[in-house]
Design a binder for this molecule. Structure first.
Ligand SMILES: *[C@@H]1O[C@H](CO)[C@@H](O)[C@H](O)[C@H]1NC(C)=O
Length: 369
C-alpha cells in the first residue's frame, strides 16, 4: 500500500514538474518575442520616442524600410541627447543654465553635425579670380556693425599695432560678463605673439587661457593667465599617436571645451598661420560657434591654406563661403586691420594690391551666455 502511494505521488510530482517547465519555456519565448520590437531599455534620460510599430510589416517594403530608417535616426538622436546630457553634467559651472541636471536641454545649443559648408554662388558667371577676389576683399574690409569702445585701445596707441581688438560696447555681452566676473578668453597662436589684448582682458578680470604647444609643462599660470601645452586643430589626433607621445598637443575646440568643462568662451582669438580655414570650417560644421561670443581671427591669403584645394577662384569662393557661414551664425564684423608692412601677396601673386594677412573681429550678435 505505502509503496504504491509513494510511486503515485512521485509520478504526480514528475508530471507537475514537466508542466511547470513547459509553462516557463512558453512565458520566456513570449517575453523574448515581445521585447524584440521595442527599443532596448535605457537607464539614463527620459524616454522621448514612442517605439516604432514593427507589427505593420504587411505594407510595402519601401515604407517599412523608411520607417526603420527613421526609427534608427531617432535612436541615434536619443543616444546623442543622452551623451550630450551626461557630458553637460560633468561641466563645473554655468549656474545660468535653467534646466535641471537630470533632463536633456529643451533647446540643444549644439546643432547636429553637418558634413560640408554651403558654398555661395560664384561672384560672376566667368568664375574669374579677379571677380572672386574683389567680392572677398570687399567683404573682409567692410565692417557690418560699429563698435565704439574697443578693448586694447590703449595698447594699440602704445604699440601702433591695434590688430587684435574686442568690443566692449554695452549692447554686446562682453562688458557685462566682465562686470559679473564670468568672462573667459581663449587665445591660440603659434610663434611670436602680441599678447596686449590678453593682458588687458586679464587686468579687467577675465579668466584668460593661452594655448602654446611648445610649453614644457602641461599647464601653468603666469602673470595671472593660464598657459596650456595645447593647440587647436580641425580634428582630434589619432589615438595611437597620442598613446606614443603620452599626450595630445592639438585638439578640436569642441574637445578642448569639453575637457576643460567650459561651456562658453567670451573671446576666442586665433592666429593659426593658414590653418584658420579648416579650423573655422570645423567650428561651423560642429556648431561650436554658438559657444563663442567674439571671434578674432588672423586670415592668411598668400596661399590657399592647409588642406584647402582647388583652383584659385574656387579657393577664394570657399573662403568667402566660410565667412558667410559666420554671418549665418549671427556673427558680424566690427573691426578689420591689415599691417601695411606685410607683403602684397594673394594666392602667390599681387591681386588688387591685397595684403597677405588681415586681422578680423566679429561679434556674435545673438549670443546669450
Ligand atoms: C598697395 O598697398 C600699400 C599698403 O596699403 C600702399 O602703400 C600702396 O600704395 C598700394 N599700392 C597701390 C599700387 O595701390
Amino acid at each position: 500500500m505505502d509503496m504504491g502511494r509513494e510511486r503515485l505521488t512521485r509520478g504526480l510530482l514528475l508530471r507537475f514538474g514537466i508542466l511547470l517547465t513547459a509553462v516557463c519555456v512558453c512565458v520566456h519565448v513570449y517575453l523574448e518575442t515581445g521585447r524584440r520590437g521595442a527599443p532596448a531599455p535605457l537607464a539614463l534620460g527620459r524616454p522621448i520616442q514612442s517605439s516604432p510599430n514593427w507589427g505593420q510589416q504587411s505594407r510595402t517594403k519601401q515604407v517599412s524600410a523608411e520607417q526603420q530608417d527613421r526609427s534608427i535616426k531617432r535612436r541615434i538622436s536619443y543616444v546623442r541627447t543622452i551623451k550630450k546630457n551626461s557630458s553637460a553634467r560633468k561641466r563645473d559651472e554655468d549656474s545660468e543654465d535653467p534646466s535641471p541636471p537630470c533632463c536633456p536641454h529643451p533647446h540643444p545649443r549644439r546643432k547636429t553635425p553637418r558634413w560640408h559648408i554651403d558654398l555661395e554662388p560664384w561672384a560672376s558667371e566667368t568664375h574669374s579670380l579677379e571677380d572672386e577676389a574683389k567680392r572677398f576683399l570687399n567683404y573682409i574690409t567692410t565692417p557690418q556693425v560699429s563698435c565704439a569702445s574697443l578693448a586694447s585701445e590703449e595698447a594699440a596707441q602704445e604699440e601702433t599695432k591695434g590688430a587684435w581688438v574686442a568690443c566692449l560696447d554695452p549692447k554686446y555681452s562682453l562688458t557685462h560678463r566682465i562686470q559679473s566676473k564670468h568672462c573667459r578668453v581663449y587665445s591660440f597662436g603659434l610663434g611670436v605673439d602680441d599678447r596686449s589684448l590678453e593682458l588687458s582682458l586679464t587686468r579687467a578680470g577675465c579668466e584668460v587661457h593661452c594655448f602654446d604647444p611648445s610649453l614644457k609643462q602641461p599647464h601653468l599660470q603666469q602673470a595671472e593667465m593660464w598657459l596650456h601645452r595645447l593647440s587647436v586643430d580641425w580634428r582630434d589626433p589619432n589615438p595611437a599617436i597620442v598613446a606614443q607621445r603620452q599626450y595630445a598637443n592639438t585638439k578640436k575646440l569642441a574637445t578642448i571645451l569639453n575637457d576643460f568643462g567650459h561651456r562658453q568662451v567670451d573671446v576666442l582669438k586665433a592666429d593659426m598661420e593658414s590653418a584658420e580655414w579648416k579650423i573655422l570650417e570645423n567650428l561651423v560644421l560642429e556648431g561650436v560657434l554658438d559657444s563663442v561670443g567674439q571671434l578674432l581671427l588672423e586670415l592668411h591669403l598668400h596661399w590657399a591654406g592647409f588642406e584647402v584645394g582647388g583652383d584659385d577662384p574656387s579657393v577664394v569662393r570657399y573662403w568667402f563661403s566660410l565667412l558667410k557661414e559666420l554671418e549665418h551664425a549671427n556673427f558680424r564684423l566690427f573691426h578689420v586691420h591689415s599691417d601695411p608692412a606685410k607683403p602684397r601677396l594673394f594666392l602667390h601673386k599681387n591681386v588688387l594690391n591685397a595684403s597677405s594677412a588681415y586681422t578680423l573681429s566679429w561679434v556674435n550678435t545673438k549670443w546669450k551666455p
